[in-house]
Every structure is written in C-alpha cells, then in structure tokens.
Design a protein around this ligand. Sequence first.
Ligand code: ZN
Length: 125
Amino acid sequence: MPVDILRKSAIMHELSIATSIVDTVLQEIQRKSLPPVETIAVRIGALSTVDPEALRFGFESIVVDTPLAKTKLEIEFVPVQGKCRACNHEFAVQDFVFACPRCNSGQIDMTRGNELDIAYLEVSS
Ligand SMILES: [Zn+2]
C-alpha cells in the first residue's frame, strides 16, 4: 500500500514541524512568564511543502495535556512571489511557472513562499 506509506511520511513531516512550533512556544512561555496563549499564528509558504491541515492535525494531537491545549493555531498561507533578475519586475508566481511575465526571463529569485515560521503569539490580557 504505497499510498498509505506516503501519507504516513507526510504526516510525520508536519508532526515534526508541529512539535518544533509547540516546543518553541512552550520555551517562550517559560522564559517570559507569559499568560495563557490564546493564539499561535504561523506563516507557511507555498514552497515549504507543508500541508496546513496535516499541520493542524499534528498540532492538535500533541498539545493535549500541555498549557497549549486550548490554544488556537492560525495558519497564514503565503503565495510564491518572484523577482526577475533581468528587469526587476516583482510578481506572484502562478501554478509554479517560474518565468517573468514582463520579459519572459527565467532568471527569477523567490522573494516569498519559503516561509515556515511563527508570525506572532496572542496571549490573554
Ligand atoms: Zn523580467
């Protein structure tokens, strides 16, 4: 059942990312003596190969019995943005076509889309 194996390894990937997010936030709570965290906002770039739903599932399954059990995970999806080296045009990359829509050059730098980080925490006041 190759499909099952693929699915499992995909979930493992998101699970390890969720674990690292949770570890980071728990350390932050301890270091800064933060009040209960209501929301964790994360940014996921389209190039990061993270499945938001799998990440949410992983998060919810590991925060049980931690101070983050009631914390909401907010996921901001960041589309791919490219910048042309030839003409400096910046544009949204559609359907993974990496060519400049203005001059058709293939020399593109990705300026957004690789994000995989915690954007901010919201704590109760
Ligand atoms: Zn161009």
